[in-house]
Write a protein that binds this ligand. Structure first.
Ligand SMILES: [Zn+2]
Length: 64
C-alpha cells in the first residue's frame, strides 16, 4: 500500500508528538526513501524540534 505525500507528512507530524506504530513507521520509511520532498519536510521538523528542545533546556550541559 502506497502512502500519499499528504498522508506521509501527517505521519511525520504525528511522529513528532508520539511514537508511530510499526506499520505506520514502515510505510513512512518507505515513502521517505522514495520521496525527496517528504524527506526534506521530515528533516525540517526534526531540526525544529531539536531547536525547541535546546531552547527549552537553555544549555545542553548535563544537569547535576
Ligand atoms: Zn512524499
Amino acid at each position: 500500500m502506497k502512502l500519499s505525500c499528504r498522508a506521509a507528512s501527517r505521519l511525520i507530524s504525528i511522529g513528532m508528538d508520539r511514537p508511530l506504530g510499526m506499520g505506520e513507521l514502515l510505510k513512512l520509511r518507505m515513502h521517505l526513501a522514495l520521496c525527496g520532498n517528504c524527506r526534506q519536510f521530515s528533516r525540517q521538523l526534526d531540526a525544529l524540534r531539536d531547536a525547541a528542545r535546546r531552547a527549552g533546556r537553555g544549555d545542553d550541559a548535563p544537569g547535576d
